[in-house]
Design a protein around this ligand. Sequence first.
Ligand SMILES: Nc1nc2c(c(=O)[nH]1)N[C@H]1C(S)=C(S)[C@@H](COP(=O)(O)OP(=O)(O)OC[C@H]3O[C@@H](n4cnc5c(N)ncnc54)[C@H](O)[C@@H]3O)O[C@H]1N2
Ligand code: MOO
Length: 392
Amino acid sequence: MTLLPVAEAQTRVLALARPAAPETLPLAKALGRYAATDVVALRTQPARPLSAMDGYAIRFDDLPGPWDVIGESAAGASFPGTVAPGQAARIFTGAAMPTGTDCVLVQEEATRDGTRLHLAGEGPVRGGNVRRAGLDFREGDLLIAAGERITPARAALAAIAGHGTLSVGRRARIAIAATGDELVPAGQPLREDQLPESNGLMLAGLLADLPVDRIDLGILPDRMDALVDAFRAVDCDLLVTTGGASVGDHDLVRPALAAAGGELDFWRIALRPGKPMLAGRLRDAAVLGLPGNPVSSFITALLFVRPLAARIAGAADPMPRAIRATLAHPLPANGPRQDYLRATLIDGQVSTAAIQDSSMLRTLARSDCLIVRAPHAPAADAGDSAEILQLA
Ligand SMILES: Nc1nc2c(c(=O)[nH]1)N[C@H]1C(S)=C(S)[C@@H](COP(=O)(O)OP(=O)(O)OC[C@H]3O[C@@H](n4cnc5c(N)ncnc54)[C@H](O)[C@@H]3O)O[C@H]1N2
Ligand code: MOO
């Protein structure tokens, strides 16, 4: 049996995306989306030299004073004249430096007697307390690259750079179906051979921070006709199923995809947990069939569903980012599959949970990171560096 390496599976999954045409939205609505084009500054910030402090705009060469205060410059109400040698202008934070001045004496270091101003401290350095024109950026600078997320800071940056709207990727429409005759909606009475459905809720949570509209297909039974009907009817950018991905007699997602007219791209990854995941296309939609075990569903959602959803919405770089931590204890050599061990990170030291069964939600819920073990990684010692993925 050939198992696809995780990195290759991720590349092939991202290639299933068909990003929708972008749309232009007011900045407030563009928050959380991905930029569809490069965002360039339409103005220089600051446009003129500004005071960084409340005090007095002076000429550095006039130090140590005294000065005559001849006017005032406030944010939005600049001093219109020129400040000559021996003169100063009252100034406030964010106000334009009057012509002729080059530094600001903070008011804590000044005393005033009517219009007469005296130095009462060290005074500024040359150019001190002034934000030069273009300190932040200049007109024409690239501020946000296409495919970057419109975070709160980037939305604010776009606003101050002169934009009122942005061209962004559309929200991805993601249909989620749980499959399995044993599944009952959470909170409902159940027999001992039944199980509350939990993967759909988990997937919804894992997509909640992305620009995604979810289509909840609920619980589908392990019957070809029901699966094929649901697959034929769905209209979405990405169809995600959980369960029925393996080799059992009731594992029908793969044949149902084919019967509905879909195409399989690949099935089975050198991944633990999550090996039986399948990927394909169905008409205009990408399809990911996640394994039913809750932890397998979680990890395949983290490694494949979230990145693909973000890519459909226009993300350039949607992969989760690994960091490094120190192993708190030894680890045995790894087998042929890339392993994602449920673990806890404390003060940079990472420890694995004792039992790593892919059905165990309590272990997953207690973990705040996953240790990534490459296929055939040799045994590791306490104190060795390990790659980890942090869980939100
Ligand atoms: N002979 C083999 N058996 C199995 C193999 C294999 O290679 N050969 N692979 C194993 C691996 S690895 C995994 S992972 C599982 C997953 O297979 P399926 O995707 O077919 O999952 P199911 O059988 O449908 O369910 C597994 C388990 O998870 C529970 N489940 C399913 N959906 C949900 C849900 N929405 N919410 C909560 N729990 C769910 C289900 O009741 C089962 O207990 O296959 C191995 N078998
Ligand atoms: O790969 Mo399965 O997901 O081990 O449990």
